[in-house]
Design a protein around this ligand. Structure first.
Ligand SMILES: [Fe+2]
Ligand SMILES: [Fe+2]
Length: 302
């Protein structure tokens, strides 16, 4: 059904789905000998379709494949494109440290297989989305060279009607897990200098395999966990390892004055059945005061 407004905020102007770290291997070899990344992606895509929405884009923030094999990109495309087509959403692929630019470019984007950074700009009905490439060929840590930073500076010189969202793999945030310090985005102050004071309203990232958020140069940063495996954070930081559980993705709602990032768990679990489209219809038929009486009023205590 159409979005409704029961409170002070009109429905979101734009909606994005933010997925990350699919880490596919060719012929679906198990990742690390234990994780069925294709099955876990399928479960995630099933959850995406079950949302029953038509998002303005689906953004994958990198580590699309684990080893950059051309076949793995083809398998990723075969899994994701039909879903994107059915829900009418453009796909935005961002490169991660596990990707290889030439294969990503040729197999996912139909471009020449070069080492050029995988960047792009999308106009999503006035919302500008800019994909950055934080990868460093041959390495797992992240960096942004002067050329890419100057390209970004040039784009941001003119604002977009609904503002700008950046999508990148390595988050410009600290992690409490030591291993990620080694694989961090380096020289972050240079990026801060480019984005400060611009119309960038949010930064989407991945890489950590757990969901977290913070601010960077005053801009909210949201990291989506992975579809393949996630980090078991319920441990001392030095003992954190991957587990085949806790997979999730984000629904990004873009409002006039704020952007929210809702974490969607990918899990099969029993739910209640109290709320439904019929329930919303019943509420719609009431006046705001009647709705408060019907749903907010606590029972009288004797
Ligand atoms: Fe990853
Ligand atoms: Fe990564």
């Amino acid at each position: 059904m159409e979005p409704v407004q029961f409170g002070q905020y009109p429905p979101a102007r734009r909606t994005l789905l933010h997925l990350s770290d699919t880490h596919l291997l060719a012929e679906n070899r198990p990742l690390g000998g234990r994780f069925d990344t294709a099955a876990n992606l399928r479960r995630t895509l099933h959850a995406v379709e079950r949302l029953g929405i038509r998002p303005d884009a689906i953004v994958f923030t990198g580590d699309l494949t684990d080893l950059g094999e051309p076949e793995a990109y083809r398998e990723l495309r075969a899994a994701v494109e039909p879903v994107a087509e059915r829900i009418g959403a453009p796909l935005i692929w961002v490169a991660g440290n596990h990707d290889e630019r030439p294969a990503l470019r040729s197999e996912l984007l139909g471009l020449d297989p070069t080492q050029e950074p995988v960047t792009g700009v999308w106009d999503l009905g006035g919302l500008r989305l800019i994909a950055l490439d934080t990868t460093v060929p041959g390495w797992h840590h992240g960096d942004l060279d002067s050329e890419q930073l100057e390209w970004l500076r040039g784009l941001l010189a003119s604002p977009a009607p609904l503002g700008t969202i950046l999508a990148m793999h390595h988050p410009p945030l600290p992690s409490h897990i030591p291993l990620f310090d080694i694989l961090e985005l380096r020289d972050q102050s240079r990026l801060a200098d480019v984005v400060a004071g611009t119309d960038v309203r949010a930064i989407l990232a991945g890489h950590l395999h757990y969901s977290t958020s913070g601010t960077f140069a005053g801009i909210p940063v949201s990291v989506a966990a992975a579809t393949c495996y996630t980090m078991d954070l319920a441990r001392p930081a030095v003992d954190v390892n991957g587990m085949d559980a806790g997979q999730s993705f984000h629904i990004v709602h873009v409002y006039d004055d704020t952007i929210t990032h809702a974490v969607v768990p990918v899990v099969e679990a029993q739910t209640g059945d109290y709320f439904s489209a019929e329930w919303v219809e019943r509420m719609l038929a009431l006046s705001p005061q009647e709705r408060l009486e019907a749903f907010s009023r606590k029972p009288q205590t004797p």
